[in-house]
Design a protein around this ligand. Structure first.
Ligand code: GTP
Ligand code: SPV
Ligand code: MN
Length: 595
């Protein structure tokens, strides 16, 4: 039975039924009973598998098709009437042409299947920053994941009301999971997303990257707010005061880890603590007090499993102990628990690896073969997280003191530097580059420009997006957060990471917060303000001496001159869409490097 009287929703769902012709339609109310029944059904068909219910209560396992294990950027489209509105960094197609191409693919695609109609809210129900979406899908796996990742169910419709047309329409069909006909398509002008032939996370949980970043960034541009690929954390100081930081790193570059950081002992003893507000997406808007406020539109974590362990991210690991869905990790057949590379050094002997093959995990591991896919993931409820912020559900969000950009750079970028001001900070974000990871299909480890970590997620022309950043800075004036850049991934000549990272990143956050409060000095370099090496606290670190910090902060002028060339080339792609203020920043950087 339809869960809403809203005629706009009813009309659209009817159209989707007429198009895809499912055998039956189920409206997802979000009730325990309904979810339990769906889980049982998915278990009986083998779509998901129940894990050990004593050790991992409520946890499920799912394996996607081997050709369908990550986002597919080359098959992701932004369809706007004018090609220029999608910009040079997006795949574009005329909306009419794309609808004409995809409609026959969706025609009757749900015959013999059930359509699930999922109402959901991105952001706390009732928050002035929240927005409603409706996803129709033929996948129970999607329903169960959306239940964790969003506020799903009837309350979302109640929030939308009986007349509003302001909801994002998401159509997902697994079809044949055919990689040749896989499409992840956005129609920002129609508030619409069409996804077909995939069953993997970022391609099918349409509230996440498709809505909360691609569509929302477009909405934010038009409505005066920002949708960003950012974690949000609260840093509590010994006096109990909490400062909020948001940080944009590209996929699989450490957002979940930083968001849930456990400070080194020296800090915890003094009373420092980190609270998680979000680990992937932030919606930011100027508040009544003139500051920049942020909510996390999500309700769970779709986190990278490999590398997650007690030492690197205990809080993430704890979050996955109940009511979690594991995708493409390795299963221990003896006790139906899960394993992945980097969990511990003890892979299960009696294992089923991510492709579904039964293997001797110990031998496999010794041979250096992967038991879990490098982009295998957990979907865990935010409320499971031991350090979830008390402000997580606050409809107002949290006020942001600092914005951090960062990525994987083996050489160029130093451990940390601060932008001279918001405009320079926008320049720093717009010129970010990072080595590619397994989070998207394609080559891994290739350095590419990834402005604000939004390259795959900006739903409009990135030149206009930079202009929007500059406008936001003007609106915020002297209440704008300070902007920083970090790099945890500098390597030595043997390719080893120099900085210990993870919990020790607290040492860098410490300097950042001190700067925000005017309590730390800085050295002016060609690229920005840097800490004095002795101002990075290295107490308790064995391998990091003052010399190592000095080295990590070094700005290699020759490398940066090369960087300027790369930036110029990148900027030139945008033609006259690139704000002049950013070209000016580039000129100033070049001048400082030549001094
Ligand atoms: P998405 O969910 O794809 O957006 O990724 P993310 O940005 O949340 O990345 P995540 O925190 O899951 O980290 C990805 C990988 O980077 C994991 O394998 C981590 O172990 C590794 N990593 C995270 N933080 C650090 C760090 O400080 N230093 C080093 N060397 N590796 C890190
Ligand atoms: C990312 O790739 O940045 C993710 C995972 O957070 S996905 O939801 O698949 O996009
Ligand atoms: Mn992400």
């Amino acid at each position: 039975m339809a869960l809403t009287k809203n005629p706009n929703v009813l009309k659209w769902v009817d159209e989707m039924i007429t198009l895809t012709k499912p055998d039956s339609v189920v409206w997802i109310d979000g009730s325990k009973e309904q979810l339990e029944a769906l889980k049982n059904e998915a278990c009986s068909t083998g779509e998901v598998m129940e894990l050990n219910q004593e050790k991992l209560p409520g946890c499920l396992y799912h394996r996607t098709d081997p050709t369908d294990v990550a986002r597919v950027e080359d098959r992701t489209f932004i369809c706007t009437t004018n090609k220029e509105d999608a910009g040079p960094t997006n795949n574009w197609c005329d909306p009419e042409e794309m609808y004409a191409k995809l409609t026959p693919m969706y025609d009757g695609v749900m015959k013999g299947r059930t359509m699930y109609v999922i109402p959901y809210s991105m952001g706390p129900i009732g928050s002035p920053l929240a927005k409603v979406g409706v996803e129709v899908t033929d996948s129970i796996y999607v329903v169960l994941n959306m239940n964790i990742m969003t506020r799903m169910g009837k309350a979302a419709f109640d929030n939308l009301g009986d007349t509003s047309d302001d909801f994002v329409r998401g159509l997902h069909a697994k079809a044949q999971i055919d990689p040749e006909n896989r499409y992840i398509v956005h129609f920002p002008e129609d508030n619409t997303i069409w996804s077909i032939n995939s069953g993997y996370g970022g391609n099918v949980l349409l509230g996440k990257k498709c809505f909360a970043l691609r569509i929302a960034s477009y909405q934010g541009k038009n409505e005066g707010w920002m949708a960003e690929h950012m974690l949000i954390l609260g840093l509590e100081k010994p006096n109990g005061e909490v400062k909020y930081i948001s940080a944009a790193f590209p996929s699989a570059c450490g957002k979940t880890n930083l968001a849930m950081l456990i400070p080194p002992e020296g800090y915890t003893k003094k009373g420092y603590k980190v609270w998680t507000v979000g680990d992937d997406i932030a919606w930011l808007k100027k508040g009544e007090d003139g500051r920049l406020w942020a909510i996390n539109p999500e309700n769970g974590f779709f986190g990278v499993a490999p590398g997650t362990n007690e030492k690197s991210n205990l809080n993430a690991l704890e979050s996955t102990k109940k009511d979690t869905i594991f995708t493409n990790v390795c299963v221990n057949n003896d006790d139906l628990t899960v394993w992945w590379e980097g969990l511990d050094k003890n892979p299960p002997e009696n294992a089923t690896e991510w492709l579904g093959k039964k293997v001797n995990g110990k031998e496999y591991f010794a041979e250096g073969k992967k038991l879990a896919h490098p982009n295998s993931r957990f979907t865990a409820p935010a409320e499971n997280c031991p350090c979830i912020s008390p402000e997580f559900n606050n409809p107002k969000g949290v006020p942001i003191s600092a914005i951090i950009f960062g990525g994987r750079r083996a050489k160029t970028a130093p451990l940390v530097y601060e932008a001279f001001d918001w405009t320079h900070g926008t320049f720093v974000g717009s010129t970010m580059a990072s080595e590619t990871t397994a989070a998207a299909a394609g080559a891994v480890g290739v350095v590419r420009r990834d402005p604000m970590a939004m390259l795959p997620f900006c739903g409009y022309n990135m030149g206009d997006y930079f202009a929007h950043w500059l406008e936001m800075g003007e609106k915020l004036g002297d209440k704008a957060p300070k902007i920083f850049n970090v790099n945890w991934f500098r390597t030595d000549d043997e390719g080893n990471f120099i900085w210990p990272g993870f919990g020790d990143n607290m040492r860098v956050l410490d300097w950042i917060i001190d700067r925000c409060e005017g309590n730390a000095e800085a050295v002016e370099t060609a690229i920005g303000y840097e800490p004095k090496p002795e101002d990075i606290n290295i107490e308790g670190l064995d391998d990091v001496t003052l010399d190592v910090v000095t080295d990590l902060l070094n700005v290699d002028i020759a490398l940066w001159k090369e960087e300027v060339k790369g930036i110029k080339e990148f900027y030139d792609k945008f033609g006259d869409k690139l704000p002049k203020a950013l070209y000016d920043e580039l000129d100033k950087l070049e001048e400082r490097l030549n001094k």
